[in-house]
Design a protein around this ligand. Structure first.
Ligand SMILES: [Zn+2]
Ligand SMILES: [Zn+2]
Length: 602
């Protein structure tokens, strides 16, 4: 196996640099490890630039970083490029790779680099952003690029790559600047991984919740309403409400009380909580009678006000308040993405007020709740403990106590977790739940946050055993995260083929003629009584067309009603999942649906 780089003190050096500086450390092999892919993909970005330069001699280059989707390069050429050109560029990249040009690094001063790249105003813009005076240059064949590296020893190692997308991008992401061309690509260390990745991306496209959401009429967005503000259509709202009802019962069984805080609270309160100072740029503000109000980005303060309403003794704790809390957060327009990233969403939010001694038990109970829900939806998941971020309130000592409390709860119960340094909320450390969907993608959903800060800032207290005032601990937790995001994820996870218990419609009833509609309604109401939902497909269209429409809506059960069914109180069933058709008496049918609906209990 080829060695492509050396890792020393968490920093990766290419072989040439490691050798010249005499650095030794962990050898990074040419494989699909995260460290190796970083080097491979970044080198591939340079190969892309070299190919562009040899095809378009006027090309100017900005930057070519490694990103979540692979890598990209931002550049400028005189002609306008399209998807078609990607093939030509990719072919050129393969040709260059075959020459096995060495990738070599050398250093010059910034003023030398200014002269070297005098005809490239984009590289000059890159240099404006580099504070140091020493600039490292990477050279492969006749192509040179200023770069920190690290890189592969030769372009000959680049074989399993693909250019995936072309788009426009403003210089430095700022819409006031000039528009550049951005080409995205992906690279791996072997053919199979590249193939598997491309298949996954194609599958993800098929499952895109925006596409399926439109086909199934779950939700929509309208420009005149505003970007990032979803509109729930009847089918989507039915599904969401099923989820809400299931979760409501699940919370009640675990001792949570439903509460509800206002949508807007006075800014003075957001100053006490620290949101004003630490989260203000994500909030929306307005004035009412000279007083400034902030639209809530989180539900914590409302629940604190519920807590403050009564005196509490240690015997009352833990107190668990939950709310389907609608929150508003400012997201950049470019970051908005279907239901995954919106500006208004509803969290399945709860706050647990407890004693220090109860922390462990409460954390474990929430983790157990998460497990129940995620395994019901066939999600695998892992947990990450996120520590103190740069912008944070509270003493380091308090942060340490609460971070250690989270770790201790997990360790003691032998629950595996990873650490995300600096990923905590501004008021406390947290456990993030990352789920893996049916096609292997990871999603961040719920969080469990431990907080000593907000109870202190609001001077919350309870009466202890010795009748002294003691400050409670607050646990913030959401399991789905938000209904919007979770339903988006579910849609892609199931490719719209929702299991019966969560499907927007459980049964599609197709009456053959007008005379069968009355029985359809009677049956439908019986379904509603037992907690299922239905839609009658009685449009003035052919029977086959109506059955096809129901199938397109991915309704799990379709029943057809004609004279025979009405007269003998029976139904002709088409099971979409199993593609079976069979006849059942009305009672048998209702029993079957009841069983399927009640299969799931959080
Ligand atoms: Zn580079
Ligand atoms: Zn909270």
């Amino acid at each position: 196996m080829d060695i492509i780089a050396i890792k020393h003190n968490d920093q990766i050096f290419d072989l040439q640099t490691a050798q010249s500086l005499g650095i030794t450390g962990e050898e990074i092999a040419y494989d699909n490890s995260a460290d190796a892919l970083e080097v491979i993909r970044h080198s591939c970005a340079h190969l892309l630039a070299e190919a562009i330069k040899s095809l378009y001699t006027d090309a100017k280059f900005f930057v070519g970083p490694v990103v979540k989707e692979g890598f990209y390069y931002d550049f400028k050429v005189n002609e306008s490029l399209s998807e078609e050109d990607l093939k030509t560029i990719e072919k050129k990249m393969l040709d260059i790779a075959k020459t096995k040009e060495k990738i070599e690094r050398y250093e010059i001063t910034k003023s030398e680099a200014r002269i070297k790249f005098a005809d490239d105003h984009l590289k000059q813009a890159v240099m404006d952003r580099i504070p140091s005076d020493a600039i490292s240059i990477y050279k492969q064949g006749n192509f040179e690029d200023l770069c920190r590296g690290p890189h592969l020893p030769s372009v000959g190692l680049l074989r399993y790559f693909k250019l995936t997308k072309i788009s426009g991008a403003y210089l430095g992401g700022d819409s006031k600047n000039e528009m550049l061309t951005r080409i995205y690509g992906i690279a791996f260390a072997d053919k199979e991984s590249l193939k598997a990745h491309l298949e996954m991306v194609a599958e993800a496209e098929k499952r895109d919740h925006r596409k399926i959401g439109a086909e199934m009429k779950l939700f929509t967005f309208r420009e005149e309403v505003g970007a990032g503000f979803p509109i729930w259509l009847p089918a989507g709202a039915r599904m969401r409400s099923r989820l809400e009802q299931l979760l409501f019962k699940a919370h009640r069984k675990r001792g949570y009380e439903p509460v509800r805080g206002p949508e807007m609270l006075r800014s003075d309160l957001w100053k006490v909580s620290g949101h004003y100072q630490n989260y203000g740029e994500n909030m929306y503000f307005t004035n009412i009678d000279e007083l400034e109000f902030g639209v809530k980005p989180m539900n914590c303060v409302g629940h604190i006000k519920v807590y403050e309403h009564d005196m509490h003794s240690y015997r009352d704790l833990p107190l668990k308040y939950f709310e389907y809390g609608i929150v508003h957060r400012h997201e950049m327009t470019g970051a908005l993405h279907g239901l995954f990233r919106v500006r208004e969403f509803t969290q399945d939010d709860a706050h647990i007020f407890c004693t220090v001694d109860q922390i462990e038990e409460q954390i474990i109970e929430v983790v157990d709740f998460v497990d129940k829900i995620m395994s019901t939806f066939d999600f695998n998941y892992k947990m990450m403990i996120s520590t103190k971020p740069e912008k944070a309130v509270g003493d380091d000592a308090v942060w340490e106590i609460s971070t250690n409390a989270l770790k201790a709860a997990m360790d003691k119960n032998k629950l595996p977790y990873e650490i995300d340094e600096g990923g905590g909320a501004f008021y406390g450390p947290k456990i993030d739940i990352k789920i893996t969907d049916a096609i292997g993608r990871e999603w961040q959903c719920g969080t469990i946050q431990l907080d000593f800060n907000l109870p202190a800032r609001f001077e919350l207290e309870y009466n202890g055993e010795e009748n002294t005032k003691i400050q409670p601990v607050m646990i913030h937790r959401a399991i789905l995260g938000s209904f919007e995001r979770f339903i988006g994820i579910l849609t892609e996870h199931y490719a719209g083929e929702f299991p019966m218990f969560i499907a927007p419609t459980q049964v599609a009833i197709v009456p053959i003629a007008e005379t069968h509609v009355a029985y359809a309604r009677e049956l439908g109401n019986k379904l509603i009584d037992m907690g299922a939902d239905y839609e009658i497909f009685d449009k003035n269209e052919s029977l086959n067309k109506r059955i096809r429409t129901a199938e397109k809506g991915r309704v799990p059960m379709i029943i057809v009603l004609g004279d025979e069914e009405v007269n003998s109180k029976c139904v002709a069933v088409r099971d979409r999942r199993t593609r079976e058709q069979y006849n059942l008496s009305e009672n048998e049918f209702l029993t079957l649906i009841k069983e399927k609906i009640n299969e799931v209990n959080f």
